[in-house]
Ligand binder design. Structure first.
Ligand code: PEP
Ligand code: MN
Length: 351
């Protein structure tokens, strides 16, 4: 349910509504609109509440929200969410690109990759220090050492870092190094983890589960948002279908639909979706053309030697080619590529 305040409602009137909502035992969140303020009422609302809240001074209307996800919905918040990550704005009408290795391996490889990503106009450095692997015997990441390698590459290049956190017990540790916490596809419905990153105060990128419906995905985002963390980014990374010729099936529909249903930014990941480096560029361009706010791309200086996902990793040269085409498509669809990261961001230390 949302309480829509009248244009020109006073601060006291808005606070009075928020207080009343809390006194009735609900959670609330205020959405500052350009013209009016809206208060989202969260919990098991009942029909009579419409009248109980509707009579308070300054209230224009009380509206039931039809979707099961509330804070993630455009019905509650029509304004595009812009997630600020250092000098980068995700969802602000300009396309952003995250690039980097699947797994963090050596300091040298990560630094070479980060420099190449930056040179080519990429905006964030990605890399996994905690890796979800299908087999327990596969390489599972360097852990904190990997986080340190990422932080060192950020210090050198100024690229903010996005990295996965898999375990609720590691959220504080990963948040000390990362600029954006990534929730992997396999953990999309790890509700304890979603609660924990919701409380972390860090931007979170939530990848769509391999078998998740769009509604389940947005409800997972709702977990994070319900803790007051508004910096949520969604990532379509392909879903499982009967098709085995590609690793997953990239759901372009989902990107276009989620942009209608939700105000949250959406990133496309053609690397995991296709599993083949030669398909990454065309599918990435499709994501941008149909509304994605950016891309996440796996890049490695020697894909053959990558500790995971080498087959879908671009070389720095191919990443540069991709960036040139992304710039053209992004411009053509009216969401130009965000400016490259300048040298000014280079000095930030891991906090
Ligand atoms: C990743 O980005 O490294 C990753 C494991 O992706 P996903 O969770 O989408 O499989
Ligand atoms: Mn990977």
């Amino acid at each position: 349910m949302i309480v829509v305040m009248k244009t020109g409602a006073t601060e006291e009137q808005i606070l009075a509504v928020q207080k009343q909502v809390r006194q009735l035992g609900f959670k609330e969140q205020r959405i500052h609109g350009e013209e009016r303020n809206v208060i989202a009422v969260l919990g098991h609302v009942y029909p009579e509440l419409t009248d109980e809240l509707g009579v308070i001074d300054g209230v224009d209307a009380v509206v039931r929200i039809s979707k099961p996800f509330k804070l993630a919905s455009r019905e509650v918040n029509p304004y595009d969410t812009v997630v600020k990550v250092g000098p980068v704005e995700i969802g602000g009408g300009r396309v952003v690109v995250m690039g980097g290795p699947c797994s963090v391996d050596t300091e040298e490889n990560v630094l070479v990759t980060a420099k190449a990503v930056k040179e080519a106009g990429g905006h964030l450095l990605r890399g996994g220090a905690f890796k979800p692997r299908t087999s327990p015997y596969a390489f599972r990441g360097h852990g904190e050492k990997g986080l340190q390698i990422l932080a060192a590459a950020r210090d050198e290049t100024g690229l903010p870092v996005i990295t996965e956190v898999m375990d609720p017990r590691d959220v504080d540790l990963v948040a000390r190094y990362a600029d954006v916490l990534q929730i992997g596809a396999r953990n999309m419905q790890n509700f304890t983890l979603l609660d924990e990153v919701g409380r972390s105060g860090k931007p979170v990128m939530l990848k769509r589960g391999l078998n998740a419906t769009i509604e389940e995905w947005l409800l997972a985002a709702e977990y994070i948002l319900s803790h007051g963390n508004r910096d949520v980014i969604l990532c379509e990374r392909g879903i499982r279908t009967y098709e085995t010729a590609t690793r997953f099936t990239f759901d372009v529909n989902a990107i276009a639909l989620v942009k209608q249903l939700s105000h949250l930014p959406v990133i496309g990941d053609p690397s995991h979706a296709t599993g083949k480096w030669s398909l990454v560029e065309p599918v990435g361009l499709a994501a941008i053309a149909c509304g994605a706010d950016g891309l996440q791309i796996e890049v490695h200086p020697n894909p053959d030697q990558a500790l995971s996902d080498g087959a879908q990793s671009l070389t720095p040269e191919n990443f540069e080619k991709l960036m040139q085409k992304v710039a053209v498509v992004a411009e053509a669809v009216g969401r130009p590529l965000a400016p490259a990261i300048g040298a000014q961001g280079a000095a930030r230390k891991a906090s």
